[in-house]
Design a protein around this ligand. Sequence first.
Ligand code: NDP
Length: 243
Amino acid sequence: MNKVVLVTGGSRGIGRAISLAFAKSEYDIVINYKERDTSALELKREIEDKYSSRVLLVKADVSSEEQVKNMVDKIIASYGKIDCLVNNAGIAIDKEFEDRTVIDFTKTLSTNLIGPFLVSKYVGSKMVENRGGKIINISSTNGINCFFPTSIDYDASKAGVINLTHNLAIQFAPYVNVNCVAPGWVNTEMNQDLSEDFLAEEKDKIYLKRFAEPEDIAKVVLFLASDDACFINGEVIKVDGGY
Ligand code: NDP
C-alpha cells in the first residue's frame, strides 16, 4: 500500500515540484489548490502518465475551516490515511508599506499562517490516531533573516509558521515529526511582478548567484518525509543558497 501525501498549494510552483517528487517516490498524491483548475488538472494528467501514483485533486481554501474539514474527510474516504502533510500553500501581496491595509494583512495571515494551523489540526489528529506521520511546513527566509517592509505581513506570517512548527512538534509528539523548510528566493510565479532591477540585486546577495528552482526545495521536503530523517523533529532548514 502506497504512502499518502497531501500537498497544499500542490498544483503550481514549489508545490508542483513537491507533488512530482513524491509521485516519483511512489506516494499517492493529494493535490490541494484554491482556484486554478487547469494547472491542477494538467499536473494530475502528467503524474498519471509518468508514474503509478493515484492522484486526488481537492479544491479547497486552506483558510476556511469548513473547507479544510471537508478536504480531510474526502481524503480519508478515498485513501483511508494521510502519511505526510506538506503545508505549502501561500500568497504574497506586493504593495508599498503605506498602501498596505488591514484587509491585505488579514488575508496574508489567513492563508499563510491560519491555513497551516487548520490543515495540521485536522490532519494531525488522524496521524496521531494512526500513531505516525510527517508534517513539513514551508516557511521562508523572510521569517528569519531576509526582511522587507513591502512584505511586512508576509514576513510576519512566515515567522509565525516557524513558531507553529515548534508548537505542533510538541502537540503531536511522540507520533508525528513536524519540521519546516525555509526557502530563500525561488523561481516561481510568486515573484513574477517584482522589478528586474530588484531581482538582480537580490540574486547578487546569494552566494550561489542564482535563485533556487522549485525542485531544489522539493528534494529537501522529500528527505524530511523519508526514514533517513526520522530523528529530525521541530527543526527549521534554510534552503537559500547562502544569503
Ligand atoms: P505560487 O504562487 O507559484 O503557487 C501557490 C500555490 O498555492 C498554488 O497552487 C495556489 O493555488 C495555492 N494557494 C494559494 N492560496 C491558497 C489557499 N488559500 N488555499 C489553497 N491553496 C492556495 O507559490 P510558490 O510556489 O512560489 O510558493 C509556495 C510556498 O513557498 C508558499 O508558502 C510561499 O510563501 C513559499 N515560498 C516561496 C518562495 C518563492 O520565492 N517563490 C520563497 C520562500 C517561500 P491556485 O493555483 O488555485 O491559485
